[in-house]
Every structure is written in structure tokens, then in C-alpha cells.
Ligand binder design. Structure first.
Ligand code: GDP
Ligand code: MN
Length: 368
């Protein structure tokens, strides 16, 4: 999971890395009194904000207010900005790059550092980039920092700060279960201090259960999508009128394609996954019904998800939510005969192939 800059900086601060003073603003009333020049930074999960107008500088209270006004609610690199980070402005002498990530090739953490920071590392010539695999059993040692400092031509006062940053960065990387910690730029100020002006932190998804503190609400998601996410469904709202429940991301995508091919527009994407649970099927209906479709298409290929279990879930949902909208089911695969029997006993239409079901649902939904 990719973290917002302000969350990355909170982690940095907690682990003793130097970061600028600052605070998060969601609305004008969160603004504190203006005291000194500040940078106002859009919080989005993409870099390149500087070049795309997502970062503004303010040298008065008025400028601060208008920067916040302009950024919040706008889009930067196509992403909605709901929060900005207001930080003391740094007097930049030089910009460096430093990161630690996992090298799949070496199956170990790798340190990457350069004196040419502030730009994407991909655009820096190879000969200006220091890389060093870190043996995870030994961890970071200062000789690695000395090698890096020498490579980067750092002055002694900067080099000693740099080594202490590397030590804390490595600690952060391992203790917070990161896939990446990146500081770009790592700023040398005119006052001779090294400070992390940006923070990019990616937490290993498999370790997220240890990091309940990092919850992220994707501002691009609709309320119904957020509800679905909290309930554990892969669900995306679309703009058509046919509700869709299918199993497996591939089959669900194919279902959307087949609907489109027959001039039917899907209202949503919902992948039941490999589930064998009547309740999960019934609750999927709850989500789809909230999207208010004209008709609902269920496309199940039984496997781990048994066809008869899905049939029971459909019958249960029809009763529980008192569904009067047309439901068209394509059911095949494991236990399909039992499944179809349960459905026909409950007067729910089933078809053995996807195309038949798709043609039917487009018709009952009122055509194209
Ligand atoms: P990114 O473009 O999304 O990676 O955002 P960064 O946080 O890296 O900021 C982009 C650029 O804005 C930096 O490389 C700096 O040149 C500039 N910048 C960011 N913070 C400051 C600051 O406090 N003072 C000054 N003078 N420039 C800043
Ligand atoms: Mn950056």
C-alpha cells in the first residue's frame, strides 16, 4: 500500500528522520495562523506534483488561503485533492535522492542514492547513481554510508547527517514492513541541514494486518464502493443499468464485455471471488440493489463457488430484500443441476450459457 506524503513523514518523524514542520489541512478552518513562508502540497498518491501545479508556495496569510482554496477540490495529475500538507518553506541549497527498496534479483534490500535529486531517479544517468545491496542478516552499517557519501562527494558536515539518515531510513524500512522508502528530494538547506522534503513509503500489503494505523480512504471511490470494500467485495460502479454479479475477475470482465457487445450497459462490476457461502452471495445483492439497476444478471461458473450454494444465496436474497426486479441467472459448472433445480422451484430464470443469459437480461432491462 502506497502512503500519502504526510503519512510517510509521520513515520519518518517517529523514526527520527528530519522532516519539515507542518500540518494537514482539509478545509480552510484547519489553517493555523500564518507565521513564515510555507509550501502547500497536494496529497495524492502520485509523484510529479511539482511539475503539475500540485505544489504552491505562500509568502503571506492571503497567499496561503488562496493556495489552499485552489488546491483542495481540484485535480492534480487526474487525481482528486482532498487534503494538502502545509509546511515551512525550506531554503534549498541542493537536492539529493535516497531510497531503500527490495531488490528481487538479490532478494535483499538495496540502497540507492544520488547527488542528482529532485528529479525522477529514472532520468538520472547511471554513473551518478550509487547502489548497494544490504545484507539483511547484518543490516545497515556506517561503512555503507561512508562509501555512499564518498561517491556523492558530500562535505563532512553533510556526510555525518547523511549517515544518520541512512541508519534511520534502514530502521524504518525494516521495522515498518516497507517495500520502498524514498526521499526525493533530500534537501540540503542553506543553513547546512539535511531534511526530507518529500516522502514516499510503500507498505508490504501482506504486512498490513500489523499496521492498522495506516488506513487510506481512496478519494476516487464512491460511497457504495467504500461500503463494498469494507465488506470485502471487489466492486466498481459503472454508468449502465444492468446489475452484475459474477465470480472471478476474468469472468466478471467477460460478462461486462458480453453485455456491451449486446448493447447492454453494466451498472457495476462485482466479483464474488471463490466463495462458498450463502451469506456472501446474499450480501452481494444488497450492494447491487443499492446501485438501483433495472435488472440483475448473475453469471456463475461453479468451482470453488458451488452452483447450488449460489442458487441458495439468490433465493435467500430475493426473499430478504423482497426483490421485484428481473433476475437472470447463468449457472453452470460444479453442482449445476442442483443449482438450476433450486432456482426453477423459486421461479428464477436460468440459462446454461452466458450469451443466452446476456441477451435475455438486455431484453428485460428494456433494451439498449
Ligand atoms: P513531487 O513533485 O510530487 O515529487 O513533490 P516534491 O515534494 O518532491 O516537490 C517537488 C519540488 O518542489 C522539489 O524538488 C523542490 O524543488 C520543490 N520544493 C518542495 N518543497 C520545497 C520547499 O520547502 N522549498 C522550496 N524552495 N522548494 C520546495
Ligand atoms: Mn518528490
Amino acid at each position: 500500500m502506497n502512503l500519502y506524503e504526510y503519512m510517510g513523514k509521520d513515520i519518518f518523524r517517529k523514526n527520527g528522520l528530519p522532516v519539515p514542520e507542518g500540518y494537514v489541512v482539509e478545509k480552510q478552518s484547519d489553517l493555523k495562523e500564518y507565521r513564515k513562508p510555507v509550501v502547500v502540497k497536494s496529497q495524492i498518491l502520485l509523484g510529479g506534483r511539482g511539475k503539475s501545479g500540485g505544489i504552491k508556495f505562500a509568502k503571506s496569510g492571503e497567499e496561503l488561503k488562496s493556495a489552499v482554496n485552489e488546491l483542495i477540490g481540484s485535480k492534480v495529475r487526474g487525481l482528486a485533492v482532498t487534503k494538502v500538507l502545509v509546511e515551512e518553506m525550506l531554503n534549498i541549497q541542493h537536492e539529493y535522492y535516497v531510497s531503500i527498496t527490495l531488490s528481487r534479483e538479490h532478494r535483499a534490500p538495496i540502497l540507492i542514492a544520488s547527488s542528482s535529486g529532485g528529479v525522477e531517479i529514472e532520468s538520472v544517468p547511471q554513473k551518478e547513481i550509487f547502489t548497494r545491496v544490504i545484507d539483511p542478516l547484518i543490516g545497515y552499517s556506517d561503512y555503507i554510508g561512508r562509501e555512499a557519501s564518498k561517491f556523492m562527494n558530500l562535505k563532512p558536515e553533510i556526510a555525518s547527517q547523511f549517515r544518520s539518515i541512512l541508519r534511520s531510513l534502514y530502521k524504518t524500512f525494516t521495522e515498518e514492513d516497507c517495500e520502498l522508502v524514498e526521499i526525493n528530494p533530500l534537501v540540503e538547506t542553506k543553513e547546512g541541514k539535511l531534511i526530507a522534503a518529500d516522502a514516499k513509503v510503500i507498505i508490504d500489503n501482506d504486512a498490513l494486518y500489523r499496521h492498522k494505523e495506516f488506513s487510506i480512504t481512496d478519494p476516487e471511490k464512491t460511497p457504495l464502493e467504500l461500503e463494498a470494500q469494507a465488506k470485502g467485495y471487489s466492486f466498481i460502479e459503472l454508468d449502465g443499468k444492468i446489475g452484475v454479479i459474477a465470480n472471478g475477475a476474468g469472468l466478471t470482465m467477460a460478462t461486462l464485455d458480453a453485455l456491451t457487445l449486446h448493447n447492454g450497459k453494466p451498472r457495476n462490476f462485482l466479483d464474488l471471488g471463490g466463495t462458498d457461502n450463502v451469506e456472501i452471495v446474499a450480501n452481494a445483492f444488497d450492494l447491487v440493489l443499492k446501485a438501483d439497476p433495472k435488472a440483475i444478471l448473475i453469471n456463475i461458473f461453479g468451482g470453488v463457488t458451488k452452483a447450488d450454494t449460489v442458487a441458495k444465496g439468490i433465493v435467500e436474497a430475493k426473499k430478504r430484500f423482497n426483490i421485484s426486479k428481473p433476475i437472470v441467472v447463468r449457472l453452470s459448472g460444479f453442482n449445476e443441476d442442483e443449482g438450476r433445480k433450486i432456482l426453477s422451484e423459486n421461479k428464477i430464470e436460468t440459462y446454461p450459457t452466458m450469451m443466452e443469459a446476456v441477451e435475455r437480461v438486455v431484453k428485460v432491462a428494456g433494451g439498449a
